[in-house]
Design a protein around this ligand. Sequence first.
Ligand SMILES: Cc1cc2nc3c(=O)[nH]c(=O)nc-3n(C[C@H](O)[C@H](O)[C@H](O)COP(=O)(O)OP(=O)(O)OC[C@H]3O[C@@H](n4cnc5c(N)ncnc54)[C@H](O)[C@@H]3O)c2cc1C
Ligand code: SF4
Length: 338
Amino acid sequence: MINFQYCRATDVADAILLLTDHPGAKLIAGGTNLIDLMKENVEQPSRLIDISRLPLRKVAETADGGLRIGALVPNSDLGYHPLVEQRYPLLASAILAGASAQLRNMATVGGNLMQRTRCAYFYDTATPCNKRSPGSGCSAIDGLNRNHAILGTSASCIATNPSDMSVALAALGALVHIAGPSGERTMALTDFHRLPDDTPHVDTNLGTGEIITGIELPPRGFAHNYSYLKVRDRLSYAFALVSVAAALELDGNAIREARVALGGVAHKPWRSLEAETALRGQAATEDHFSRAAHLLLEGARTCSHNGFKIELARRAIVRTLTQAASATPQSQAHKKIA
Ligand SMILES: Cc1cc2nc3c(=O)[nH]c(=O)nc-3n(C[C@H](O)[C@H](O)[C@H](O)COP(=O)(O)OP(=O)(O)OC[C@H]3O[C@@H](n4cnc5c(N)ncnc54)[C@H](O)[C@@H]3O)c2cc1C
Ligand code: SF4
């Protein structure tokens, strides 16, 4: 048996203090990822800091017309929130494409951003894994790597980030609100997750003792022309092989603004400013979408089992942009609770 201390934070400052004064401490929110990792002996926190009762459950409008979402808002509440459904349906769609109803009820916004990779070797403590045990090697590079990354990989790790929500947040230009021992700060969601480089055990740019307090969405919601397409082995309860969040603003058939982010292909949600720039000012046609796909996938490197992802991603990008342009988003209607 592995013993650990359990404590419940009374407020954000208390959580930061409990985290800072105990190097082996971990926050627990919904517990849907951390508890699994503890059961598999992948994570062995010596102190669990329960933050589930902190007052971080609000969804509120910001002065500039955006939305501030508390870190403890459950994924299901956010996916069905009227303001999110009306103004940021891309986010609602990505959330509802993830996990199961029961998991979405427990999973929180902060926990979703912080969830760890689903690389099977990471979960299997009998195998080398640089993310779990730095310096031990990577079993996936010469192993079963069908689900693994094709962009931004390193010689140390080819894992993907599994979060659906983060892909939509990246496309929407969300900010992450963070509090820590040196005060509060914000960071663009696109800067929050890291590429593996030679430190794959560090997933994010969150510093020691820091806690996510919320997410902020800018006013621009792309509510008319958007789509989130998740390609996976089963219709539900599976992580993405490839996912695409596409958001457009159109002037007739001309693209005024374009955002495209990919999931399932890299250690972080993958955006390419070149691809988005190439779309701006162009007609919303398959040719231009194909060109954007080419730019997004530039530099892709595959391993023995995941070569199919390049063509899958290319087609998924074109299809998602087409759905966004024609305002026929990939439906998550079957996830609706009557
Ligand atoms: C069977 C299964 C299927 C799933 N399918 C999908 C899917 O298809 N798509 C998808 O996106 N997700 C999927 N998930 C993952 C699920 O969304 C995550 O487990 C969940 O979002 C994590 O949230 P949580 O609140 O439970 O986090 P926890 O398990 O409580 O915590 C996870 C990590 O986040 C840290 N943390 C939590 N809150 C904060 C905070 N505020 N600040 C800093 N650190 C924090 C914890 O310390 C821990 O390291 C699936 C999970 C399971 C078990
Ligand atoms: S891909 Fe990353 S997480 Fe998977 S075995 Fe290699 S180092 Fe570990």
